[in-house]
Design a binder for this molecule. Sequence first.
Ligand SMILES: [Fe+2]
Ligand SMILES: [Fe+2]
Length: 173
Amino acid sequence: MVVLWRCEICGDPYVGDSPPKNCPFCGAHQKYIKQAKLAKVTFDVSLNKKDRENAEHALKIEVSNAAFYFCAASKTDNDEGRLLFKALGKIEAEHANIWRKLLKLDAAPKGDEPCHIKNRENLEDSHARETRAIAFYSTAAKEAAHPRVRQIFEALVEIETDHLQLSEERLKK
Ligand SMILES: [Fe+2]
Ligand SMILES: [Fe+2]
């Protein structure tokens, strides 16, 4: 029997007979996926100065990383790489959207980032970007005054760590 699920991180709904292991939109882990009527999701949060600053910086990171991945998806010289970077671009764009909603902006800014032709260089760039994002999100989670802001930063640390693993596996070869 199919059920309507909802991700508590990005708020998006999903129809399926069981909750996905990772949100198909933002990559959040299964613990955040609840039956839609039971899911607790809000983007209406009052942000103190630090939470706002960190949310604004997170939005910049996600917009930049999404633009980088979409560039790599079109230019990288590897078929599987093109698919990987497209998938990652969509997830990072969803992350940008989370911060856009929290910051009550009508639209996320448009990113414009260079990328590489060589797949290995794109994987290295991805690794560096995800490493920087994880470091910032870990600090921002600790600094968070609002529990919703902390929850999102903690979930993003897990998701970006999954992304790190994807580039590490491929760089080993
Ligand atoms: Fe999600
Ligand atoms: Fe992200």
